[in-house]
Design a protein around this ligand. Structure first.
Ligand SMILES: NC(=O)c1ccc[n+]([C@@H]2O[C@H](COP(=O)([O-])OP(=O)(O)OC[C@H]3O[C@@H](n4cnc5c(N)ncnc54)[C@H](O)[C@@H]3O)[C@@H](O)[C@H]2O)c1
Length: 387
């Protein structure tokens, strides 16, 4: 299949592009390299040395014999170029990773709030609009987040995969309807993902665009069977207070003996998935598109659920590094329960990488190798939800 990977230079997009190229698909990466630019502005770097795009692509050609093309496009701001790119490549599938994805960054200032809304909402609307205008019948696979559901308010009931059956009392008696699960975003970033959902529902209904929305948990891990083939293919590993995801931050902190930064009591319960499973899920989603005219298909792209303090305890026991409970910069429930329905991917054959299998490998192979490059001043989370 011909596949456009929007945001294919990023943490999830790069290993997905390699995985799909390796599986024989014709992959074109579309990216504006804004994530690299944000690193420059924040004065942080990935723990792992990420090569420039042209080096990444040349190395992939050398080790695999396969070609991945690259188009430099800002999909939020350069609509005509995006449209021309879609018309030129006529993809069967478009995978959409190209959004500002850090909740703390989105809450940093009025500039980052406005940038996140402008970038993410325009990006999604432009892709959908360009699909309609071009007439290219591509299946759109979008990376959403578990955060659209919010945390805790469904009690101990598992979060369903996107839709909820509700009963409505009418004068004629109760009627049953399936609705999008109510949105309950916890940051500006998460809010943009809830807006994405409405756009998908609208364009699927109005224009019969085929959409799959993957509500992904927090991704951990770094390497996939393809990124490990050459150091110039290595995936990024963010550890800073804005872009670092919780488990990767704990692993890096443990490696340098920095007390593990648990915010509040660590009672937050969150859903997780390894990067290797994330790329497999995307491949499964591509193989199982919705039919034209159907509402968007929604999967919960999650393999395990953990409480943050339990994760910290696990890493602490593994490495002997202490835990440091810090004030929580976020405005979120101190403790929450979380159960997630993820039967759809399991039914399609996903075999999850569990934390207990993958953790030690990650500490030894990736974090210890590059820990000499850590800038400790970038570890604290400084973005506040409320000033
Ligand atoms: N990393 C996670 O833990 C996680 C969890 C849940 C969901 N997601 C979702 O997966 C997607 C990818 O996340 P990631 O961690 O790879 O993020 P990332 O920031 O590493 O990658 C995003 C990529 O999109 C590009 N991009 C952003 N705006 C663009 C634009 N306007 N035009 C062209 N390119 C643009 C960036 O340059 C970057 O290469 C995001 O939408 C994110 O919300 C990620």
């Amino acid at each position: 299949m011909k596949i456009l990977v929007l945001g294919g230079d990023g943490f999830c997009g790069w290993p997905t592009s390699l995985h799909l190229s390796s599986a024989g698909h014709d992959v074109v990466i579309v990216d504006n390299l804004s994530r690299r630019q944000i690193d420059v502005l924040l004065e942080v770097e990935s723990l792992t040395p990420i090569a420039p795009m042209s080096t990444r692509l040349a190395t992939w050609k050398k080790v695999s014999g396969k070609t991945i093309k690259f188009e430099l496009v800002d999909i939020a701001q350069q609509y005509q170029l995006l449209l021309a790119t879609i018309k030129k490549h006529k993809p069967d599938v478009i995978i959409h990773f190209a959004e500002q994805r850090s909740a703390p960054y989105s809450m940093k200032s009025s500039y980052t709030k406005r940038y996140t809304v402008d970038n993410n909402v325009n990006a999604t609307n432009n892709v959908l609009c360009a699909l309609v205008e071009s007439g290219v019948d591509a299946h759109l696979v979008h990376l959403g987040t578990m955060g659209v559901y919010g945390y805790g308010w469904t009690g101990s009931a598992p979060i369903p995969e996107g839709y909820l059956e509700v009963g409505i009392n009418t004068p004629e008696g109760e009627i049953s309807r399936e609705i999008l699960h109510p949105a309950n975003p916890g940051s500006i970033y998460h809010m943009t993902k809830t807006l994405d959902q409405l756009m998908f529902a609208f364009y699927a209904k109005n224009d019969s665009i085929r959409v799959t929305d993957l509500h992904q948990g927090i991704v951990w891990g770094t390497q996939t069977p393809q990124t490990i083939l050459d150091e110039k293919l290595i995936n990024r590993f963010d550890y800073d207070g804005d872009y670092g995801t919780v488990l990767n931050r704990f692993l890096m902190q443990a490696a340098i003996g920095y007390p593990l930064t648990v915010h509040g009591t660590g009672g937050q319960t969150r859903a997780f998935i390894h990067i290797r499973d994330s790329v497999r899920c995307i491949e499964l989603a591509i193989k199982n598109p919705p039919k034209k005219g159907e509402k968007p298909t929604i999967f919960n792209q999650v393999t395990e659920v953990f409480r943050v303090r339990d994760l910290a305890k696990l890493v602490s026991e593994l490495t002997g590094v202490k835990i440091n409970n810090l004030p929580n910069p976020r405005n979120e429930a101190v403790e929450n329960e979380l159960k997630v329905d993820n039967h759809k991917f399991l039914a399609l054959g996903l075999k999850p990488t569990t934390l207990s299998q993958g953790l030690l490998e990650e500490v030894q192979d990736v974090v210890r190798k590059y820990m000499g490059t850590v800038d400790e001043s970038k570890i604290p989370a400084t973005s506040l939800w409320r000033k």
